[in-house]
Every structure is written in C-alpha cells, then in structure tokens.
Ligand binder design. Structure first.
Ligand code: ZN
Length: 457
C-alpha cells in the first residue's frame, strides 16, 4: 500500500501545485465577526437618492446587507460602529495612473521599485481611492506579483494596484527616462500582435497605447493592435487628444480614451453613438492646472502636505507661477473647449470615468489628485451625483472590477466616511473621517505618522 499512498501524495502535490489563473478581481476573505455601520447618510454609487440613517453590514470583507436602519436583520453579536452625522460613499476608483515613478520632487524610472509602488498605493488608500489602474508604465514581473499580494491581504492599508503591464508605443514616445520607456516599441503588425498576446498571458485585461507624438503610430498598426487585443478579450485604452486621430481610433474599435479629446464636433459625436461601449476618462488635472482656475492651489488643501513633500509642492507652484499670461489664456481657451466637449459627450450618453494620471509627468499628487478631478468634472458640467457615480460605479465597470464601485450586498466593503455631504459641494469628498478597504479600517494616522517621520520622500 505504501507506494500507492506515495503516488497519491505526489499526485496531490502536483494537482495543488498546478499554476492557477489568478483571479485578478477578487480579494481574499478576511476573518472576524460581522460589523454594522449605523446612522450615516449613504450615497451608494448607483445614482439613486441617498439613504438617510443607513445601516451597512460587513462580513468577511464584504457588504452583506445595506439599507435603512431598522429595516434589516442584524447578525447576532455584530460589532457596531456609530456613523451618525457622517456621509458614506464607495471608495473612489481611479482608471488612469502611472504608479511608482514619482518620489520626492523627482519623477524617474530609477524610482520604480516595489516599495515605491506600495507607498503610492498607501497614498491612494489614505485619500479614499480603493484601486488605481496603472496605464502602460509597468515592467518586469514585480507589478504582477504585487497586484496579487495586495489582493491576498498582505498589505491591508494599501489600495488595490491594477496593472496594464507594458504599454505599446511608437518610438517617438520613448525618452531616456520617461515612464513610456516601459512600453514595447511598436514597429510592425506582427510585433504588435505578439506583444498583445504576451500581455494576455499575464492576465492583462486592458492595454495602453499612445497616438500622439510625431511620427504617430499608423492607423494600420493600431488597427492590428486593437484587433489582436479583442481576439484575446483585452480592451485598448489610448492617449489621443487630436479629434482626427480620435475618429480613426473609434472606427478601428478602440475601447477607452484615457484623456479628453481636444474638440468634439458632430462627426465625433456620431462616431461615439455608433460605438456605444466606448468610454472616456477625461483626466482633466493637467489641462486645468495650467488655467486661471486651478482653484485648489490657493489655498492649498492641507491634506496635500500629509503625503507630498514640500519640495514637490513648491516645484508645482513655481511652475504655475512661471506660466506666462499668453500661455494662461491659451489654457483657458483650451479648457472651455474641453468642458464643452464633455457636455456634448454626456448629452450623447458616453460613459465618463475618473482618471488622475497620478504619478505621471504632469505634476499631480498621487491619490489627492482624484479629489481635484472630481472638482474638475463638476466644473466641466457634471452634477456632484453624476461625478460620484462616474468615479465609483462607472470606473469600476470600465475596469471590469465587479466587486468595487458601490455600497451594495456582495461588493467588497471599500468605502469612505466623510464629515460633510459631497452633494452640497464636491470638495467635501476631501473631508475624510475614515477609510475602509476590504472591510478593514485603514490606519490613516499610522500612515501619516510614517510619512512625517521620514519627512516624506
Ligand atoms: Zn497617462
């Protein structure tokens, strides 16, 4: 019998050891008793009228019941958390970032380490952002591993890190030390197709490309790239802001615009209507920063200084103060066009999501910029409720992370407790009382103390 047992054990090990397709969307369950959060105004992320005096039951990291207090059956021995006077929103979901490059006042590939990415994911969590999608600036095996480790619960205070792996770019996009150095250089159709298949083997569901710098990627090349992505059940996000390029990309089947298109004319609106699943992450932080509006800089939200070093804040201020009046006027005119375009896309029923470009080379603040973007979207013509839905349910759907983006039974218990109602003023999303990710309280005080003790970096 001995050898049979031996064979059985070996077979068992082999079966258990088979590489499994990682579940990229679902976090590991957490242990512990049920908790009920009572008394808050709930803005659930679904666009419906808020629930006053709500009760949320969280078990094993998920919402199991959500409703008005008194209308739901509480589990026995549930711990209770009083949220009277507070407002709850789902954790924000950022659809566009470049994580790991910023450190102190420098932005460089030299800063791209596991520790730095993790630090950024702690900043996102600190500001109530539950997940951020890095767009084509990652490289090597490390980001895929870190993505899994966060979902497994290794870093309970970190937001979930989503990666598109390496982007696909024409040579004109690659600089000696820009984040696009991570990208595959696309020169032939066969090469682009092989690179997309390589990303598919890593479990990537959204790839990033650029049709921007001259000479641009040709329509034949991006058509092949998009075709191969769709054959592999991958969607394609693009940085393209020129309306003519946008039209070509829509005709070729692109899925996500990661930036707002400069100008929206009738033909573009018609093309969006013909491709109703195409979404736009306006990502307005950089274009609005250059305008006379940039309202959040003066006075600067004190929260920024918790995560951002003084040198970086100074650097951004200096840059803005150095803007010439002519450049400022051009930026204002550009902004008016963008805002008009957003209103047209909204009227045409195009889904709009949240993109921060955080960590990119535009001088944003990782995590905090999400709140500036909510304000930008309101300034562009969305209501605060529309903006909250865009930044939660819609962006989670764009990223296909089913368990994020809403306070509802079955969803991951990722939510933000606010001291004020963001429907009164969208800037109230910055008045964060507490953040919960995967059902656990994020220790924001501990994070802030750690940044302070090393004078941030
Ligand atoms: Zn970007």
């Amino acid at each position: 019998m001995g050898w049979r047992w031996g064979v059985a054990v070996v077979l068992g090990l082999v079966v258990c050891g088979l590489p499994q397709t990682p579940d990229l969307n679902t976090h590991a369950q957490t242990a512990g008793p049920a908790t009920v959060f009572e008394g808050a105004r709930l803005i659930a992320g679904d666009g419906r009228t808020p629930v006053e005096d709500s009760a949320l039951v969280v078990e094993h990291g998920r919402f199991t019941q959500v409703g008005r207090r008194g209308t739901i059956q509480l589990p026995p021995a549930a711990a209770r958390v009083d949220l009277a006077g507070k407002t709850v929103i789902p954790a924000l979901v950022d659809g566009h970032s470049h994580i790991g490059y910023q450190k102190g006042a420098s932005t460089s590939a030299r800063n791209y380490t596991r520790d730095n990415i993790l630090d950024h994911m702690h900043r996102f969590a600190y500001y109530g952002v539950g997940a951020s999608q890095a767009m084509g600036s990652d490289f090597g095996d490390m980001p895929y591993q870190l993505r899994q480790d966060i979902l497994a619960g290794t870093y309970p205070d970190a937001a979930r890190f989503l990666t598109s792996g390496r982007g696909l770019a024409p040579l004109s996009e690659i600089g000696p030390d820009n984040m696009r150095h991570a990208a595959y250089v696309v020169t032939t159709e066969e090469g682009a197709r092989a690179e997309v298949r390589e990303l598919a083997s890593r479990g990537v569901t959204l790839v990033k490309t650029w049709v921007r710098a001259e000479p641009k990627m040709s329509p034949t090349l991006y058509a092949a790239l998009i075709d191969e992505a769709h054959r592999n059940n991958i969607r394609v996000a693009v940085h393209a802001t020129d309306p003519q390029d946008a039209k070509g990309l829509l005709r070729a089947g692109v899925d996500v615009f990661a930036h707002m298109i400069d100008d929206v004319d009738d033909e573009l609106v018609d093309l969006f209507k013909q491709h109703p699943n195409v979404v736009v992450l306006p990502t307005l932080a950089a274009p609005r920063l250059a305008t006379t509006y940039a309202p959040w800089l003066n006075p600067l939200d004190p929260l920024v200084a918790v995560t951002q070093p003084a040198a970086q804040i100074r650097q951004l201020r200096d840059r803005l103060e150095g803007t010439t009046p002519e450049a400022r006027t051009r930026a204002d005119e550009g902004w008016e066009k963008l805002a008009l375009g957003i209103k047209r896309l909204k009227a045409a029923g195009v889904a709009l999501g949240l993109g921060t470009d955080g960590g990119g080379q535009n001088g944003g603040f990782v995590g905090w910029t999400a709140h500036a973007e909510l304000e930008n979207l309101v300034a562009a013509g969305l209501t605060p409720m529309e903006v909250i839905v865009a930044a939660t349910r819609t962006t989670a759907a764009i990223l296909r992370i089913d368990e994020l983006g809403a306070v509802a039974p079955g969803k991951s218990a990722d939510f933000v407790v606010l001291d004020a109602n963001p429907l009164d003023a969208i800037t109230n999303t910055r008045r964060i009382s507490r953040v919960y990710l995967r059902g656990r309280h994020v220790d924001r005080e501990k994070l802030a103390a750690a940044w302070k003790s090393r004078a941030i970096e």
